[in-house]
Write a protein that binds this ligand. Structure first.
Ligand SMILES: Cc1cc2nc3c(=O)[nH]c(=O)nc-3n(C[C@H](O)[C@H](O)[C@H](O)COP(=O)(O)OP(=O)(O)OC[C@H]3O[C@@H](n4cnc5c(N)ncnc54)[C@H](O)[C@@H]3O)c2cc1C
Length: 447
């Protein structure tokens, strides 16, 4: 492949080995099989189309990249590939307060959009914990979730339309600016979560939601995971809709206490962060307290922003506290909520059986658990056994390998077990339509 034939027409690119090393990695810890040949820093949709068309002609893999915060290996790039870095396409094109929509380029940092919407009394609801560093394009490609998704939905629920460059370099627009619309197949939803394997997202029209007029927060402790999950079920059965329902297990509470000198783990085995928002947030939290206090070992409710920040900070402290103990593998299974408690218990049993240290926190309202595996806490084969057992547990109770992080390269071995061969084959045929040359992020997500 002659790189000059491509780079002559591009505004920004690099073949510097340090730069190539940086863009070949994401936050998964997955190691690519060498260095990519080139990184293209897209400055226009035309740059993206040129790069993809060139790659299609020469059969060269293209790895779309946002901020590289992915934890499934979806953005890692190996020998002979081109990295297509979208982070420079970072304009918020328009915000329409009356329609509560935003039109953005893919490189916009998630929190920047949320902040910009805030100046209009709106917000971008999907809030991955990485919002300060991840891009909207990456969020769309992974269908990212977050704390408030239990009430406001995941990224897919916020995406009305996308512009995407397909595997032959052509540009398509799917979806619409209206809230409703059923003309044609829902190709927008198909592109959301496709991990860069069907098209490169170069623009999106996103739904915004009103900033809540008030928020009420509670930190609740329980003696068991069963009690915590029973509490969430009770809320749901009684028509309450928390905007956050985050669970932290005992091992994680101990790690947080070690990091910040607190005594959280003495107050219960499990911590649940609850928030309600909107008009009547306080009344809704009071109703929640009446329902679940009998199940709790401690219940602290507040509308004071500083106290709320302290309670929310407990959840935010979870991952950094665990990372103090060494390299982590961030797993991401989701199970039917009725099977959540037994899955928390099963993960603890897997840790005990394999001798691998595993911590759990969860978007409990969504049944989405993050078992955090300390990668060097046991011999590699034991760690592999523990991770496989976590996936087996998820599938055994009707769950899924990944709730919000994507398959990337790390979860491919279990794909067929979840999807079944006929459906996996259909995925491959769909990919061939969008990407006939098979150059968009090959070896990721479905292969
Ligand atoms: C500390 C931390 C906390 C996190 N918390 C959360 C969380 O709460 N919820 C959550 O869902 N995730 C979380 N993540 C994971 C990660 O931030 C998300 O997956 C995020 O959506 C990735 O965005 P990115 O811009 O970094 O994408 P990248 O990592 O660059 O790419 C991710 C995938 O998307 C593809 N891609 C990127 N941009 C495009 C594009 N424009 N077009 C087509 N494909 C593209 C890539 O090829 C790759 O497959 C967290 C990560 C970290 C490090």
């Amino acid at each position: 492949m002659s790189l000059a034939a491509l780079t002559d027409d591009l505004a920004a690119w690099s073949t510097d080995p340090d730069e190539l090393t940086r863009v070949s990695l994401d936050r998964s810890g997955a190691i690519p099989d060498g260095l990519p040949d080139l990184v293209v820093f897209a400055r226009s949709v035309d740059d993206v189309q040129r790069t993809v068309a060139h790659a299609a002609t020469h059969g060269v893999p293209v790895v779309p990249r946002g901020a590289g915060t992915g934890v499934a290996g979806g953005a890692i790039a190996g020998a002979g590939s081109i990295v297509l870095d979208l982070s420079g396409l970072d304009r918020i094109v328009e915000i329409r307060p009356d329609e509560a929509i935003a039109v953005v380029e893919p490189g916009v940092v998630t929190a920047d959009l949320d902040d910009a919407a805030g100046t209009h009394g709106l917000r971008y609801a999907p809030d991955p914990a990485s919002a300060a560093i991840s891009t909207i394009g990456g969020n769309i490609a992974t269908n990212a979730g977050g704390l408030r998704c239990v009430k406001y939905g995941v990224t897919r629920d916020a995406v009305l339309a996308v512009d995407a460059v397909l595997g032959d370099g052509s540009l398509i627009s799917t979806g619409r600016r209206t809230i409703k619309g059923v003309t044609g197949y829902d190709l927008t939803s198909l592109l959301v979560g496709s991990e860069g394997t069907l098209g490169v997202i170069v623009g999106a029209t996103l739904r915004l939601s009103p900033l809540p007029v008030s928020t009420a927060t509670a930190g609740v402790f329980f003696a068991t995971a069963e009690d915590a999950v029973a509490a969430i079920t009770l809320l749901q059965r009684n028509g309450l809709r928390p905007s956050t329902a985050e669970l932290i297990d005992q091992a994680t509470l101990v790690a947080i206490d070690e990091a910040q000198g607190s005594d959280l783990h003495t107050r219960g085995e499990v911590f649940l962060l609850l928030q309600t928002d909107g008009y009547g947030a306080e009344a809704e939290l009071a109703a929640a307290e009446r329902l679940i206090r009998p199940l709790a070992t401690a219940f602290e409710a507040t509308t004071d922003p500083a106290t709320a920040d302290r309670l929310v900070a407990t959840r935010r402290a979870a991952l950094p506290a665990i990372e103090r103990h060494g390299r982590v593998l961030i797993e991401d299974i989701a199970v039917p909520r009725s099977r959540l408690a037994e899955t928390v218990t099963a993960v603890a049993a897997i840790a005990a059986r394999t001798g691998v240290r595993i911590f759990v926190f969860a978007h409990a309202g969504d049944g989405n658990l993050h078992p955090i595996v300390l990668a060097d806490s046991a011999p590699p084969e034991q760690v592999e056994r523990a991770v496989a057992a976590i996936f087996d547990q998820a599938l055994a109770v009707g769950g899924t390998l990944t709730g919000e992080h994507g398959v990337g390269v790390l979860k491919r071995p279990w794909l067929a077990a979840e999807l079944g061969e006929p459906v996996l084959d259909l995925h491959r045929r769909v990919k061939a339509v969008f990407d006939p040359a098979g150059i968009l992020n090959p070896g990721k997500a479905i292969q």
